[in-house]
Design a protein around this ligand. Structure first.
Ligand code: 15L
Length: 271
């Protein structure tokens, strides 16, 4: 069987989405190198595991040796104190891009987030040219890594795709998810499209399923060929029956980032 890649490194491989990617990306590489902070025990024959902290530059460089593509889903995935965001998401992602450059990796696919643009309103129907508008230190770290991807394409010719993932969970868990949900299968489709599109340069794509309510316009990422197949309509009636109608003027309802826009500074209190 021929694969588009020989070895793909997946960071965050033990996480919610990383675990799904092991299955979804298996057809794209002879070997998946799974990176997590701890050991992964249930390895399939096409998988190998490496354990390290993303802030450890030497370990990141060692893991990137012999790799053709990096799918970078590691780091903290919610608002956290600054020290954690800095080490894990900012320094950690810099280490990934720098290791990719040094080791001649062909492409990086990065799990960015809706929280890079969380203060934009749904009714503005932004596309991927809208300016960053982070809603948290976490969102700010996503903006930094998107810019890192742009820099490494412009200056060093390293292709990358930033996927602004909205809400990727097994099922929609609240009313916001009725428009923000990204099914696990669509997340796999999107990541595979970002890896296999013939030419991406530096591309930003929203990561969202084909939900009836569409808060953003993803046409500028059309060249990835991502075609979402899932939507939340089957969950709508039950969700609306079991949850109160929210105040339409609440910032968390109006803005893409949801409740993140109402969080305080994470270093003031426990998030
Ligand atoms: C994210 O970026 C988080 O990783 C995830 O846990 C959710 O909070 C998601 O955004 C969301 O906004 O629903």
């Amino acid at each position: 069987m021929t694969h588009p890649y020989d070895t793909i490194l997946i960071t965050g491989a033990a996480g919610r989405l990383g675990t799904e990617l092991r299955r979804g990306l298996a057809p794209l590489a002879r070997r998946l190198r799974l990176a997590a902070r701890g050991p992964i025990s249930d390895l399939a024959p096409n998988e190998e595991a490496v354990a390290f902290d993303l802030a450890d530059a030497d370990a990141v460089h060692a893991a990137a040796k012999g790799v053709d593509a990096i799918v970078h889903f590691g780091g903290v995935s919610v608002e956290r104190p600054w020290a954690e965001i800095l080490q894990s998401n900012i320094i950690g992602s810099y280490n990934i891009y720098e290791a990719a450059r040094k080791h001649g990796v062909r492409r990086v696919v990065y799990a960015s987030s809706v929280h890079a643009i969380g203060y934009h309103r749904l009714e503005d129907q932004i596309d991927t040219r809208a300016p960053h508008r982070p809603d948290s230190l976490y969102g700010l770290s996503k903006c930094f890594v998107e810019d890192l991807g742009q820099l490494y394409w412009d200056k060093f010719g390293l292709e990358s795709v930033s996927l602004r993932i909205f809400s990727s969970f097994p099922e929609p868990a609240d009313r916001r998810h009725l428009w923000s949900w990204l099914s696990f299968e669509d997340c796999n489709r999107l990541t595979a499209a970002a890896l296999t599109a013939p030419r991406v340069g530096f591309t930003v794509s929203f990561g969202i399923s084909d939900n009836a309510v569409k808060p953003v316009d993803n046409r500028l990422a059309g060249h990835l060929g991502y075609l979402p197949k899932d939507n939340t309509e089957a969950f709508r009636a039950a969700m609306e029956a079991k949850t109160p109608v929210p105040d339409p003027n609440a910032p968390a309802v109006q803005r893409l980032g949801g409740f993140f826009v109402e969080l305080g500074h994470p270093d003031d209190a426990k998030v």
